[in-house]
Write a protein that binds this ligand. Structure first.
Ligand SMILES: NC(=O)c1ccc[n+]([C@@H]2O[C@H](COP(=O)([O-])OP(=O)(O)OC[C@H]3O[C@@H](n4cnc5c(N)ncnc54)[C@H](OP(=O)(O)O)[C@@H]3O)[C@@H](O)[C@H]2O)c1
Length: 295
């Protein structure tokens, strides 16, 4: 099998590349420097040159607050970029795996969101990602759209956007105060098992829409405490709430994703958050030395 991974310089793209290579797939790992997904002819030319069986798109504009100031750019990458990929993947007969987000939901539901729940994105970022889902479904018959939440992977220590564990570790080590919301809840998704389950889906499951959250609902405050505990760090940490923590973009308050559909397919459950964080901290050093060796 031949795969193209787009967004290979990001947290998830890094893990997808590693997981596919582990399974013997020939992978072309493509970073933003090598291909801008907003350029339709460049996307098409790359797929024609490499004739992939699978295309996995982990490239995205992920700056949730900044998207409120530049919604056109978010839309160009997250919606029209996905259209370019879906059209080009379909043109070479490839199966597409595309990633979306819990931010397609408004967060008013008090129980985990299932695939049948109606999206109602509260922000420019969420709207752009939902439009990307629609483009994937509309232009590529052989496609998986996987919604994930609060992705964290060891490569996040080097990426432009980074991730929540890195923010907590950095602030704790710098002895800066941490104020974290205790009334926003999510299912943070560890990129390593996310990559493995994605390839499982490709190999075994019917095309369609899937939720792949971390499987454990926590508040962001509880999550920060777990990170500190796993890293055995002391910090000046206090809970805050949605009244005090006001951001340019509206975020869903309860955006847990239910993994029921993938578990009913017989895929292994995601690890607990404690297990995921322990593995994350362990892998940070391995990934750092791998990336430094390559550079
Ligand atoms: N991270 C989260 O908390 C989170 C939560 C929910 C859903 N998701 C979704 O999960 C997927 C993977 O996210 P991630 O955490 O791996 O993101 P990430 O680490 O930010 O990686 C995204 C990658 O996409 C690249 N990119 C941006 N614009 C591009 C363009 N026009 N052409 C080509 N590449 C471009 C970025 O390059 P630059 O760094 O150079 O811009 C970056 O390498 C995305 O679909 C994301 O929307 C993520």
């Amino acid at each position: 099998m031949r795969a193209v991974v787009l967004g290979a310089g990001g947290q998830l793209g890094f893990e997808l590349t590693a997981e596919l290579r582990k399974r013997g797939v020939h992978v072309l790992a493509v970073t933003r420097r090598q291909l801008d997904i907003t350029e339709p002819s460049a996307v098409e030319a790359l797929f024609h040159r490499h004739q992939p069986d699978w295309v996995l798109n982990a490239a995205a504009y992920n700056l949730v607050d900044k998207a409120e100031r530049e919604p056109e750019l978010a839309y160009r990458v997250n919606a029209l970029g996905v259209r370019n990929i879906a059209v080009a993947a379909s043109g070479v007969g490839a199966t597409l795996v595309h990633y979306s987000t819990d931010h397609v939901f408004d967060g008013e539901k008090q129980t985990p969101y299932e695939e049948e729940d109606l999206p109602s994105p509260p922000s420019a970022y969420g709207i752009s990602k939902l439009a990307g889902e629609y483009y994937a479904h509309a232009y590529c018959d052989k496609r998986f759209v996987i919604r994930v939440a609060g992705v964290f992977g060891p490569a996040g220590q080097f990426t432009n956007r980074s991730n929540f564990p890195e923010l907590v570790l950095r602030k704790a080590r710098a002895k800066e105060p941490l104020r974290v919301v205790e009334d926003f809840f999510a299912t943070p998704t560890y990129a390593v098992p996310l990559a493995a389950r994605s390839v499982d889906l490709l190999e075994k499951a019917p095309f369609g829409l899937y939720h792949l959250g971390g499987g454990e609902t926590v508040s962001w405050y509880q999550y920060a405490l777990k990170i500190l505990e796993a890293a055995q760090l002391e910090a000046d940490i206090q809970p805050t709430n949605h009244r005090e923590y006001v951001t340019p973009a509206r975020r869903p308050r309860h955006s847990s994703l239910s993994n029921k559909k993938i578990e009913e397919l017989g895929l292994p459950p995601m690890p607990t958050l404690d297990e995921a964080l322990a593995d994350y901290l362990h892998r940070r050093d391995t990934v750092r030395s791998a990336i430094e060796t390559k550079a």
